[in-house]
Ligand binder design. Structure first.
Ligand code: ZN
Length: 411
């Protein structure tokens, strides 16, 4: 078979250069130790997993989207990466919640129940400048796997108008390969077929492992955001994350982009901060034994989920995302690798079934504390924290745009 080559510079200097420049822009007064450590660790993962290609492609798609003024988001493990954060204008800084002073380099990490963007405003104790607050605390293992060996994965999330632009970027990127659009299935996207590789049958594109698939999800909320960008003259990416962090739950609901289950849960639980809103959204996406047998009805699912989170073990271990499970295990004194393997197991819904111990036989005999094992055995699927955060950030942006539009109309 042929090989698939992408049009990167030798040793992919471009991406590294872009990352380094972004790093200096973001931290102009010097790199705090946790920043440097995460950056260097992820560069190693990037190299070891051969993910440079994915990062570089994501970067080029982002450049194109900016040029065409099309809002673009990504889905998949890439969104929790610090490298991706640096090159993409993403608001999801994966470090621990922290303050940073761009004038003198002061850095302060916090143990808090909030995300960084909702921390109270504060001035630098050393030089008096207003501090920047960030950090969604996404463990490196959530991106690169328990052994830091899982390559990046992403899907493109944009407007239908971006489909043609994405095609031109991908075709230029894989100039030696045969790039085809596919739209006949539920999920449109692109197939990259290596040069000289003969498909046995065109309908095999989706099953053929030699063909790279890049899926694209069209998003109505992003279409609305794009139209509101035009009307208001404000760019989606210019809205500061700190402003989005102060959104209230009714504004999120009023965007009209969420399903009945999430709206019901918000009404019942009344989340009080950004992180709580994210938890409720993640709860609406949980797949677990508590909601089985409750049919597909949003009202009965709401009851079952509220009953679940009100139980003592859930109060003790508030697990809404994969990373929440990881955090709970770390707090209980488990090492990172074991905790990360459980986080992975939760994601593929296997804990308590044979598949989990087949994948990680070394965990045979590891005992979780009571409540946590109850959660592990009942949950079949949890979302990534970065994905949950991205959804709520998108809704918060849409809500702010809608308010700007109202002002626009009434003035
Ligand atoms: Zn300072």
């Amino acid at each position: 078979m042929g090989t698939m080559t992408f049009q990167g510079l030798p040793e992919n200097k471009m991406t590294k250069q872009v990352c380094k420049e972004a790093l200096l822009r973001k931290y102009p007064a010097g790199l705090p130790i946790p920043v440097r450590e995460r950056f260097e660790e992820e560069l190693k993962c990037l190299k070891n997993t051969g993910s440079v290609e994915e990062l570089e492609l994501a970067y080029r798609l982002k450049q194109k989207a900016d040029k065409e003024k099309q809002p673009l988001l990504f889905r998949g493990t890439i969104t929790g990466s610090f490298l991706f954060f640096l090159i993409s204008h993403s608001r999801v800084n994966p470090l621990k919640p922290h303050y940073y002073c761009s004038k003198c380099g002061y850095y302060e990490e916090l143990e808090t129940d909030c995300f960084g963007i909702e921390l109270p405003s504060k001035t630098c104790p050393d030089c008096g400048k207003q501090l920047e607050a960030e950090g969604f605390e996404i463990p490196i293992e959530s991106v690169w796997g328990p052994l830091r060996s899982t390559p990046f994965y992403f899907e493109i999330n944009s407007t239908p108008d971006f489909y043609g632009h994405a095609e031109s970027v991908i075709k230029a990127f894989y100039a030696d390969s045969d790039v085809r659009k596919f739209a006949e299935t539920e999920l449109p996207g692109f197939a990259v077929i290596p040069k000289g590789y003969l498909l046995s049958d065109d309908s095999n594109i989706h099953e053929d492992n030699n063909v790279k698939k890049i899926h694209m999800i069209f998003d109505d909320a992003l279409v609305r955001i794009r139209d509101l960008q035009k009307k208001t003259g404000v760019s989606f990416y210019e809205i500061p994350a700190s402003e989005l962090g102060r959104i209230n739950c009714m504004d999120i609901v009023n965007t009209g982009i969420f399903d009945e289950l999430f709206v019901n849960l918000v009404m019942r639980i009344r989340p009080r901060c950004f992180k709580d809103i994210c938890s409720v959204f993640a709860l609406s996406r949980i797949s677990c034994s508590y909601i089985q047998g409750h049919g597909l009805n949003a009202v009965s699912k709401t009851e079952a989920l509220c009953e679940m989170v009100n139980q003592d073990f859930y109060q003790k271990y508030p697990v809404y995302t994969m990373e929440d499970f990881f955090d709970c295990m770390i707090r209980e004194g488990f090492d990172r690798e074991t905790s990360a393997k459980y986080m992975d197991g939760i994601h593929f819904g296997a804990i308590g079934r044979g598949r989990f111990l087949k994948k990680y036989p070394e965990l045979e005999g590891v005992l979780l504390p009571d409540g946590l094992s109850q959660i592990a055995n009942s949950i079949q699927y949890l979302w990534y924290r970065s994905e949950v955060v991205n959804r709520i950030l998108k809704a918060a942006s849409l809500s702010l745009f809608q308010k700007m539009e109202e002002v626009h109309i009434y003035l």
